[in-house]
Design a protein around this ligand. Structure first.
Ligand code: WQD
Length: 344
């Protein structure tokens, strides 16, 4: 089985992708220093797949430690790089932390691509590289916008670093996957989104409010120029995102790449407002969510959703799960976490 290194394999999207890779007969090793994740995630992966995934708790910014992993795991054929800090407000408050971590880790990984002859590399990018897009839906050719945060800028820089690395004559094949808004959890509720502290993102704040961990959800802005005054996003099930990585890896390994790097939007193609997302949650949970309309949040994009036809056509990918599936799986995961705490 081809061996794949997943960085951030204990994180939200990383862990779901590890599950999908294993289920598609890949051998997986992970690097995750648990700075934004938990070792317990490995138990969830084992509960689903039966596999003990080796995780090296190594800081990607420490090149010698990273090299040691590649020296131990000599048959790695591909890398899927998730490990990065991704909290937008935190990146505004601590830009140097974000630029150092997100950029130095990528520099070190690209050095290892050269030193250890890694052939395939998938980079976790983001729709936030588009900023406030001039027209919708966004395609991969939509010009990159002004990054609304150091986080978003670190993703733009990462994409440019990889482009320049390829131009310098490197032969590895690169794919840049621009996620829209991943939400939800694996249907087993063994793994899911587990933000540290108060959630910044909508879906975990909804489920934590519903379970009673948060008193009320604030809807950031009700006066936007949208159909109901709240921001529009393209929510996409994390397992659909995960499977796109497996398909992109297979696409690279099958030699189907023509442009290097190749960029793909990973979104459902549906724009959904905050209020519509809340309504979907209320519908699947049978609960009335406690929320209030509040002021706009700085840096929020008014509306963004994907044209995903390139990933559909070239990767054979499709967003199979509905908004209701996303909200129900997120809710089941939140309830399971609450059960686990009550048993402690
Ligand atoms: C969604 C909408 C908020 C919380 C995320 C990630 C970013 C990137 C893109 C991967 C917005 C509103 C939120 C709340 C609210 N992902 N909201 N009350 O900002 O689109 O960015 O996706 O790279 O890393 O952060 O997602 O979930 O924070 O917000 O009203 O308590 O929900 O204003 O309109 P966002 P989000």
């Amino acid at each position: 089985m081809p061996k794949i290194l997943v960085t951030g394999g204990c994180g939200y999207i990383g862990s779901h992708t590890v599950v999908d890779l294993i289920e598609n007969n890949y051998d997986v090793v992970s690097i995750d220093n648990y700075s934004r994740s938990f070792p317990k995630t490995l138990e969830g992966i084992k509960a689903i797949t039966g596999k003990d995934v080796t995780n090296y708790a190594v800081d990607l910014c420490q090149l010698d430690e990273l090299r040691n992993v590649f020296q131990k795991e000599r048959d790695i054929v591909g890398i899927i790089h998730f490990a990065a800090y991704k909290t937008v407000p935190e990146s505004v408050a601590e830009p140097l932390l974000y630029y150092h971590n997100n950029i130095q880790s990528l520099v070190n990984l690209l050095k290892c691509v050269t030193e250890f002859g890694i052939q395939h590399f998938i980079f976790s990018s983001s729709c936030s590289v588009y900023g406030n897009p001039p027209s919708l839906p966004v395609t991969e050719d939509t010009p990159l916008g002004k990054a609304e945060s150091p986080y978003a800028y670190s993703k733009q820089i990462g994409e440019q670093m990889i482009t320049d690395f390829v131009k310098s004559g490197q032969t590895a094949g690169f794919v840049l996957l621009r996620y829209f808004n991943p939400i939800g959890a694996h249907e087993s509720a063994q793994i899911g989104e587990n933000p540290i502290g108060v959630p910044n993102n909508l879906a975990p704040f909804i489920t934590q409010t519903a379970i009673g961990k948060r008193e009320k959800l604030s809807v950031f802005g009700s006066d936007y120029p949208t159909r109901d005054g709240t921001c529009i996003r393209d929510y996409i099930h994390v397992m659909d995102i995960a499977h796109a990585h497996t398909l992109a890896l297979q696409w690279l390994m099958d030699g189907k790449q023509t442009n290097n790097p190749e960029v793909f939007n990973l979104g459902s193609g549906n724009g959904v407002s905050v209020l519509e997302a809340i309504q979907a949650f209320e519908q699947v949970s049978g609960l009335k969510l406690n929320y209030e309309m509040a002021l706009r949040r700085a840096g929020d994009v008014v509306a963004i959703y994907a044209n995903n036809t390139k990933a559909v056509a070239q990767l054979g990918w499709e967003a199979q799960r509905s908004l209701n599936d996303m909200m129900l799986s997120a809710w089941n995961w939140e309830k399971r976490m609450a059960e686990a705490v009550s048993k402690q």
